[in-house]
Design a protein. Structure first.
Length: 269
């Protein structure tokens, strides 16, 4: 976390007041001591989202555009970016679990639908990695604070933070808790003919000069990568069959499957 915070604050001359600054980071007896500046605000909750959805979406969208434009690096500055950020997590997932034929097909389709990313000069950005509740703080003035940067990626993929945030909003607006309701909210936001999240995605894409084809591929990659990263704590051994069965009912696995099945309905350009 300390390294990520120092890196991101150095990306701009005056840093970011919406992100904690490191005050102290040193060994203290047998522990590592990390002291950060405090941020004011109320944790973004589903109830708070329902109270002022348009204002919260606008604030987060503007914040994310400004952050990622300030931290943009072109891919020649990060060799092997697609393998590191996309294929490696999926390979790890494939090795760690006893996969079914459907699982292998899902991975293969994901790779097929996203390999187009190789053909574009894709900018790499500072990716938070979990831009959802409760890591977003909303102050009374409407300004944002964003915490929990330990899993961030300094040379990460664009748009993925936005997809995760908008999905969080979709769940909140639908009061979705059961899987069937989560999928309905997800579909309504991104795949339906009147998908309400589409204008926000298009606006973000134009700000970072991303084509609709690239954004679609990033969206399809997002969920498989998210699921694969759930197992990063178990890199050295094959996990039990029961673990895989539980993962298949995880909402993010279901979102991944839904996204690949309905890829033809995604329109971001």
């Amino acid at each position: 976390e300390a390294d990520n915070l120092q890196t991101i604050q150095a990306a701009r001359f005056d840093g970011f007041s919406s992100i904690p600054r490191v005050i102290a980071h040193e060994d203290c007896f047998d522990n590592r001591l990390l002291i950060e500046t405090a941020l004011a605000g109320q944790a973004m909750s589903p109830a708070l989202i329902r109270q002022q959805p348009a204002a919260i979406i606008e604030a987060v969208l503007v914040w994310l555009i400004n952050l990622q434009r300030a931290t943009t690096q072109h891919r020649e500055d990060a060799a092997g970016w697609l393998e590191r950020l996309a294929w490696h997590p999926l390979e790890l997932f494939e090795k760690a679990f006893p996969l079914s034929g459907e699982d292998r097909s899902l991975i293969a389709q994901t790779c097929e639908l996203t390999c187009v990313l190789r053909d574009f000069d894709l900018p790499l950005v500072f990716e938070h990695g979990h831009l959802t509740s409760p890591n977003i703080l909303i102050a009374e003035t409407g300004t944002l604070g964003v915490v929990s940067w330990a899993s961030a990626t300094p040379k990460g993929l664009p748009a993925l933070d936005l997809f995760c945030f908008l999905t969080c909003v979709a769940f909140a607006l639908r009061r979705a808790q059961k899987l069937v309701h989560c999928l309905a909210a997800f579909h309504e936001a991104f795949f339906a003919p009147t998908a309400w999240a589409r204008p926000y995605v298009v606006r973000y894409a134009r700000s970072l000069r991303l084509s609709g084809e690239v954004v679609k591929a990033l969206f399809l990659l997002c969920w498989g990568r998210y699921v694969a990263n759930l197992i990063n704590g178990h890199p050295q051994r094959t996990l039990e069959q029961g673990t895989m069965e539980r993962l298949r009912v995880n909402r993010y696995y279901a979102l991944w499957d839904h996204a690949i099945r309905h890829a033809k309905d995604l329109k971001f350009g």
